[in-house]
Ligand binder design. Structure first.
Ligand SMILES: Cc1cc2nc3c(=O)[nH]c(=O)nc-3n(C[C@H](O)[C@H](O)[C@H](O)COP(=O)(O)OP(=O)(O)OC[C@H]3O[C@@H](n4cnc5c(N)ncnc54)[C@H](O)[C@@H]3O)c2cc1C
Ligand code: SF4
Length: 323
């Protein structure tokens, strides 16, 4: 590992003011330190933001404000999260392992990097790691990679489960940086690869995530379903964050759907939502809505299985939520 300096920021303003080229913020280090060991990340200096006073989960009216330094395990087990946003609790607790969740922070989870095998192997070309060097995943192993929104330059997926639930819940991410503070919608923090796959998000250098704000929960019931290769310690092949509200006449009056494991960013299934609103609640409508969304999928030869898998997981999640 390349030698680096380490400093701990006292507060968000100091972290941003002291940020210089070559610095990287350090959360729990559960992704960044691995990437440093692999030679994928080579910061000159780590600015530790894991102990900033951003470690509270607080009610904000009927919504919630979550500090960026809140540990994943504290978020997933917080009484207010369990009571108001069970979908978010399930998403967070489905990620990684207990030990990793104890260290991992909200800010770091949102900004963790793709697990594309070529991205993590510095002996291979990769447009995300070294722009212009090529994408060996397209002709090679893309079995876990994207079927929606990808480009010729990159077919990576975003790995965070939490981000998928936040996209379904219309969360807002608060950031502060050298040019001031701003609020980014979810989805909206992460970007599709286009011809700049080296940029995972819309953040500018030195911008620090300070909090995530959740509006009041959507009406009805919600769930997070994740399909993976083993029961723990595995990223989603496909996941679905879903909320469903059904009126007295049996039609869908409210729906939220977001997909994980299928794109470079958490994927809000807007077409499926539009197809479902006002439709009779039931398997036929759910399958039609899933197909409306997945019509735009462009699978590669070794990940075509994700399209029927996503369809089935959407239908199953909605059926589970149907009263
Ligand atoms: C074996 C294994 C399995 C896993 N499985 C899953 C899974 O199934 N689902 C899942 O969602 N995750 C999974 N994870 C990922 C784990 O959840 C992440 O490693 C973790 O959430 C990253 O959080 P961190 O605080 O440790 O981030 P760090 O590693 O410290 O940082 C990650 C990135 O975020 C940046 N950063 C950190 N905090 C801030 C901030 N406040 N503002 C701006 N930038 C910041 C850092 O500079 C770095 O680029 C797994 C990890 C491992 C090792
Ligand atoms: S899919 Fe993206 S991250 Fe993976 S090798 Fe291609 S450019 Fe790199």
């Amino acid at each position: 590992m390349k030698a680096f300096e380490y400093t701990r920021a006292a507060d968000p303003a100091a972290a941003v003011a002291g940020f210089r080229p070559g610095d990287m913020y350090l959360g729990g280090g559960t992704n960044l330190v691995d990437l440093m060991r692999l030679g994928v990340a080579e910061p000159e200096r780590l600015v530790d933001v894991s102990r900033l006073p951003l470690d509270r989960v607080e009610a904000a009216g009927d919504g919630l404000r979550v500090g960026a330094a809140v540990r994943n395990s504290d978020l997933g087990t917080h009484p207010l999260v369990l009571a108001r946003y069970p979908m978010l609790a399930r998403a967070v607790l489905s990620g990684a392992s207990g030990q990793i969740r104890n260290l991992a922070t909200v800010g770091g989870n949102l900004l963790q990097r793709t697990r594309c095998p070529y991205f993590q192997d510095v002996s291979k070309p990769c447009n995300k790691r070294r722009p212009g060097s090529g994408c060996p995943a397209v002709p090679g192993d893309h079995s876990h990679l994207a079927v929606l929104g990808h480009s010729e330059a990159c077919v990576a997926t975003h790995p965070s489960d939490m981000a998928v639930a936040l996209a379904a819940l219309d969360a807002r991410v608060h950031v502060t940086g050298p040019a001031g503070s701003r609020v980014l919608p979810m989805p909206g923090l992460h970007r599709l690869p286009g011809d700049e796959p080296e940029r995972d998000t819309v953040l500018e250098p030195g911008e620090l995530i300070t909090a995530v704000e959740l509006p009041p929960p959507p009406p009805g019931r919600s769930a997070y379903l994740k399909v993976r290769e083993r029961a723990s310690f595995a990223f989603a092949l496909v996941s679905v964050a879903a909320a469903l509200d059904v009126g007295a006449d049996g039609t869908v009056t409210g729906v939220r759907l977001a997909l994980g494991g299928v794109a470079h960013a958490p994927w809000r299934a807007a077409r499926a939502e539009a197809a479902l609103l006002g439709a009779p609640a039931g398997e036929e409508s759910y399958a039609r809505a899933a197909e409306a969304e997945l019509d735009q999928a462009r699978p590669l030869p070794r990940n075509a299985y994700k399209v029927p898998m996503a369809r089935n997981v959407i239908v199953r999640a909605l059926k589970e939520l149907t009263p």
